[in-house]
Design a protein around this ligand. Structure first.
Ligand SMILES: Cc1cc2nc3c(=O)[nH]c(=O)nc-3n(C[C@H](O)[C@H](O)[C@H](O)COP(=O)(O)O)c2cc1C
Length: 343
């Protein structure tokens, strides 16, 4: 299949996928960028001020990078379902001295407007959005400011909506990807979707350039995704154990621990499907977990942080794509070099 152009404009058709919550650091972004790949900063969970500081710092190394934001897409949860899940987690929380019975139900938009305003006032070359579409006027504002806008999509229907909504390119996320599935419909059951098949289908349906991500475990998979027509390939999980990664020690060690033998899609940690190493928290709570992002994310956050600090991998969201066994230690540059070796 004829490839789509690299919408990121990087020397190599490779990118560091955005990973919010700690793993993406300015150091990691600078390192992959210096190695010839495209870097995304992860604006999710951050305040606009913190994001602005990261942008300023990364600009000391490169001007060519992207910023990823969570598009507003609140999956409402009832007070009763929320309280039921808080009760389900009581014993885990108590282990860390936490009482979830009074935890407020928070259904916010991750400070979307502040971060949008920041990026319109002080644009970066690429803005990518996950979890949904922004309003057409918001996408236009980003484009008028000079940014190329990428939308994460997980199905052909989402890609058509992104194209109609003004996206310049698509971030195709197969279901093997680590972390949250970016589906625009948080109520949807995620069906297994290979990234190469998704890439071909999206190009056929929209003709838009595609950055393909999900399940990349080495240079052969990169080559296969470029063969499928992707203009660039993004990796997340393979960077998690690098020197520049901000992932916690507990998380990094779990990725290499033979006791963890598979990844699963679960809503147990945040109320939105995400691929994670299967640990005890998943085994015990997945069946009871409701849909309700970001409320469930906030409900479990303190517990997850305390567990990570205590070295307890069984109560941490160990986001991982199916290629996690090939996540190596060492400099991020070595990961980029290895992936580029097959090109
Ligand atoms: C720890 C972690 C955090 C992530 N955070 C984000 C995020 O903030 N925004 C986003 O669009 N995708 C996020 N993702 C998904 C990645 O951008 C990407 O789609 C995925 O890592 C690709 O699959 P792979 O992990 O198999 O390489 C995250 C993934 C991981 C592993």
């Amino acid at each position: 299949m004829a490839g789509t152009p690299n919408p990121l404009g990087s020397p190599l058709p490779l990118a560091a996928a955005p990973m919010a919550g700690g793993p993406t650091t300015v150091r990691l972004a600078a390192a992959v960028s210096e190695a010839g790949a495209f870097a995304f900063l992860a604006g999710g969970y951050q305040s606009a001020d913190a994001l602005a500081a990261d942008i300023a710092e990364l600009r000391r190394s490169t001007e060519a990078f992207g910023v990823n934001l969570f598009a507003p897409n609140v999956a409402r949860i009832s007070e009763a379902d929320y309280r039921r899940y808080a009760e389900e987690l009581r014993a885990d929380a108590e282990r860390y001295g936490l009482d979830l019975s009074q935890a407020p139900l928070v259904q916010d938009e991750d400070r979307w407007q502040d971060k949008l305003d920041l990026l319109v006032a002080d644009p970066v070359p690429v803005v990518s959005l996950t979890f949904g579409l922004a309003r057409p006027a918001e996408i236009s504002a980003l484009r008028l400011a000079g940014s190329r806008v990428l939308i994460t999509v997980t199905t052909v229907d989402e890609a058509r909506a992104a194209a109609a909504g003004g996206a310049d390119a698509l971030f195709a996320q197969g279901s093997d990807a680590g972390g949250h599935n970016g589906t625009h419909d948080p109520l949807r059951q995620i069906t297994p979707t290979r990234t190469d098949d998704l890439t071909r289908a999206l190009i056929a349906a929209t003709g838009l350039p595609v950055v393909a991500a999900g399940g990349v475990d080495g240079p052969e998979t990169v080559a296969a995704l470029l063969d499928a027509g992707a203009g660039a390939v993004a990796v997340g999980t393979l960077l998690l154990r690098t020197d520049e990664s901000g992932a916690s020690r507990t998380y990094q060690d779990a990725l290499a621990d033979p006791a963890f033998t598979e990844t699963v899609l679960t809503r147990a940690f945040t109320g939105r499907y995400a691929r994670a190493l299967r640990n005890r928290f998943v085994d015990e709570h997945d069946a009871a977990a409701p849909t309700g992002y970001p409320a469930v994310h906030y409900l479990t956050r303190g517990l997850r942080r305390a567990a990570a600090a205590a070295g307890d991998p069984h109560r941490v969201h160990l986001w991982a794509g199916t290629g996690y066994r090939n996540a190596a230690t060492g400099p991020a540059r070595a990961v980029v070099d290895r992936l580029a070796g097959g090109l």
